[in-house]
Design a protein around this ligand. Structure first.
Ligand code: FAD
Length: 272
């Protein structure tokens, strides 16, 4: 599942991949890969995943369009999230009213006022989650959202801002935002949700272990197994070198490991 145009490969011209003596357009490789996947009958879902919930056996996945899928095992191949800054002094407010994860922090804003800024499915999802806790939720799209998406937010009582937020108000903690027309909104929290949900936002609630040095990559063993039983990870998500050959090799190992895991679970279920 996921979106082709959000893959690193979509933007790449691969110059060092086995079997190709000339530069190859990443888009061409992706499209060829897709044809091969379709041939073996895999169901494709071109949507972002917005939540993962562990079940007694397996996992429940929710997509941005609120489709639910259950799976015995997961192979995460979500690449790396390239974080863009929205405000100049953003880092100073992290944990002091500024959050990158509505699913993790919404609870702390019960009865409070917040704004969600974002450019993808995670922003819409984040705003809806916050509406369950916060007294007032504002939303600002960092890219144009469809009228359908915005009216869905308005229907649940979220106020969509027309003017761009340009600066955080506050000395040591978030007190509000200045908008481009000079007006100000008082706030307790700012949520920035850029791109699709990354593995950290998706998996932190179920306790995924990250590499202890950068906290940016998912920790795996040689079978690409994470610390969560049945969850495997591969590619850029597991850390450098961020190269296609590594992603493909790890993907092969992760797929085989997940298949072994599923066979084992099914065998145990039959036995007892
Ligand atoms: C400009 C550029 C040039 C490059 N040149 C080279 C090169 O010459 N040689 C080389 O070996 N490598 C190169 N690379 C790196 C290579 O493209 C990556 O290493 C490779 O694509 C990693 O594959 P991946 O599957 O791990 O991640 P990606 O290809 O980034 O794929 C991640 C996928 O996960 C999906 N996803 C993310 N979040 C979610 C979510 N919440 N729900 C559902 N889906 C989600 C995305 O939509 C995307 O389709 C280059 C990269 C770039 C950006």
């Amino acid at each position: 599942m996921g979106k082709l145009e959000e893959s690193a490969l979509w933007q790449a011209h691969i110059e060092n991949y086995f079997g190709f003596s000339e530069k190859i357009d990443g888009k061409v490789l992706l499209e060829e890969g897709l044809k091969a996947i379709k041939k073996v009958g895999v169901d494709l879902v071109f949507e972002d995943l917005v939540a993962i919930e562990p079940l007694e056996i397996g996992f429940k996945l929710t997509t941005e369009k609120e489709k639910t899928i259950t799976a015995l095992s997961l192979v995460l191949a979500m690449g790396v999230k390239r974080k863009k800054k929205v405000f100049k002094q953003e880092e100073k407010f992290v944990g002091k009213g500024l959050s990158y994860c509505a699913d993790c922090d919404a609870w702390f804003y019960k009865g409070k006022k917040v704004v969600v800024l974002g450019d993808g499915s995670a922003a819409i999802h984040g705003a809806k989650i916050l509406k369950k806790f916060a007294e007032k939720v504002y939303f600002y799209g960092l890219k144009p959202f469809s009228e359908g998406e915005l009216s869905e937010l308005r229907t649940v009582g979220i106020e969509v801002l027309e003017k761009k937020p340009v600066e955080i108000v506050g000395e040591t903690e978030v007190k509000g935002i200045f908008l481009e027309d000079g007006s100000q909104i008082e706030l307790d929290g700012i949520f920035i949700e850029i791109g699709a949900k990354g593995p950290i936002e998706l998996l932190a609630p179920i306790g995924i272990e990250l590499d202890p040095e950068t906290f940016s990559y998912v920790k795996v063993d040689r079978k690409m197994q994470t610390n969560i039983k049945g969850v495997f990870a591969c590619g850029d998500l597991t850390g450098p070198p961020l190269q296609l050959a590594k992603a493909v090799g790890e993907g092969c190992v992760a797929g085989l490991s997940a298949s072994d895991y599923v066979k084992e679970v099914l065998k145990k279920t039959k036995e007892g």
